[in-house]
Design a protein around this ligand. Sequence first.
Ligand code: PHE
Length: 342
Amino acid sequence: MDVQDKIKKIEEQIEDTVKDIKTSKTLQEMKMRFLGKTGEISALLKNMRDVPPEQRPAMGKLLNALRQWTEEKFDSIESRLKELELKKRYSEEKIDVTMPAEISDDGAYHPNTLIRNELISIFSGMGFEIFEGPEIENDYYNFTALNTPKDHPARDMQDTFYLAEDLLLRTQTSAGQIRVMENKKPPIKILSPGKVYRSDDDATHSPMFSQMEGLVVDKGITLCDLKGMLDEFAKKIFGGGVKTRLRPSYFPFTEPSVEVDVSCFECGGNGCRLCKGTGWIEVLGAGMVNRRVLEGCGIDPDEYTGFAFGMGIERIAMLKYGINNMKLLFEGDTRFLKQFKD
Ligand code: PHE
């Protein structure tokens, strides 16, 4: 086949393929096939060596014309494709401004988060540092080191989820007290927020809830320091007129142990539904750190004393915001949560 025939054949092939080019991808493929370095037109150009010298100028002209013709063909297809693609994008991205708007609910801080942040701000103002312990805890930290060995009846106070013989979901952030005292010498002043777990489930209990733990250890710390600090805390969180009182209680890791009540901020202490007619509301457990706990952490109880307290964050939130069912705090219903937008 002579060169002219070959040129003709390529022209026909191009005319043929061009009809089917619908995407930029096939366009690129065809460009490579005909105009690429190893493409069909380049192959013809390479063959020029075999053409007798007197025919070369004429042949060269023909081939150059072919290449130019091919390039123009592809260029025009390319601009047509681009235009089509742009049109498609425009129609896809078209916005109908007369359509009704999609309403999306605004977020708001969860009551737990509000209370936790408020507590952190109150106590960090008093010089407390934050410590966060693990939620999966050793039996030792959650119980034994807190003066609650395996056969201690006080273990019954908390229905525990055990993961293995000595591994459990912590039932109290008090476990963090031990982790702190093992690693830090007094003075210690830490605040420890976190989730805790107990097999308990009703309107005021949930198998997972949150606590805020406080621990202060130093020389000369007394129950008076605990009372003074809690008084301050209660006024800040429930209002300036609120009073606190301590009632004797029992926790293995504190001695003496107390339950802390605040005067009812709803009725001012006269008795109402919130305080069940008593005028007082129980808000937390606390006490002086038991000397056996200090000793176990290598702290000399004759030199140092301390107090600890622990409160349920959900409970504080329910009291402060008048929430009567704890489940509302776990459902994530935006109609409920929206009410806490400031
Ligand atoms: N850990 C106790 C509880 O969960 C609360 C507490 C903390 C009591 C610190 C005394 C001191 O019930």
